[in-house]
Design a protein. Structure first.
Length: 188
């Protein structure tokens, strides 16, 4: 019988059908194909996903506790369906296009060098997050909490300051057009 608990292991080039446990702690997943995977009932704790394909993976009833994604394709994934308990995810050089973070609390997370085109951040609590060099073209910011967030190096975003909580958030001068877009003014 396969163990339900895996700790300190590295999994390389596997698919979701090869996952045999319900809890993975301090594990690494390298070059794995989890596209369209169903992760229901699995909890990942302090794990790292490196160069993995999670395109359209289903995170319903999935635990993601202090997870790091590097060089991963995570397009179309709905993080809003993941368990709220200790939810924490960080991303580096990932494709998060069309991902959904609806109503997720992911405070102090780091999004570094990510493509977040048309990503849904509606009602997410992203306080103290760092968006470092991210493409936020057509990302949805609606009642999003961005208190103390750093978007100073990110680009292509449109954020309505009247509709989102941006208190003490950090922006650069090149980000001003995205904050003033609703006024249809020219900045030169």
């Amino acid at each position: 019988m396969q163990p339900l608990y895996h700790e300190d292991q590295t999994f390389t080039k596997i698919t979701a059908s090869q996952l045999s446990g319900s809890t993975y702690e301090n594990c690494k997943f390298i070059n794995c194909d989890f596209s369209n995977a169903l992760f229901a009932g699995i909890t990942f704790v302090d794990c790292q996903f490196d160069t993995c394909n999670l395109l359209l993976a289903d995170l319903g009833n999935t635990g993601l506790q202090n997870i790091r994604f590097k060089h991963c394709k995570i397009s179309g994934v709905n993080f809003g369906k993941a368990n709220d308990f200790l939810f924490e995810v960080h991303f580096e050089d990932c494709i998060l296009d069309n991902a959904v973070f609806y109503k997720k609390k992911n405070k102090k997370a780091a999004y570094t060098d990510c493509s977040m085109i048309e990503t849904d951040l509606t009602e997410a609590d992203l306080s103290d997050c760092k968006f470092i060099n991210c493409n936020l073209k057509n990302a949805f910011f609606n009642r999003t909490i961005l208190k103390n967030a750093d978007l100073s190096s990110s680009y292509n975003f449109i954020i309505d300051p009247d509709d989102n909580n941006i208190k003490k958030a950090k922006f650069s001068l090149h980000g001003l057009p995205g904050l003033l877009a609703k006024y249809d003014i020219r900045i030169g």
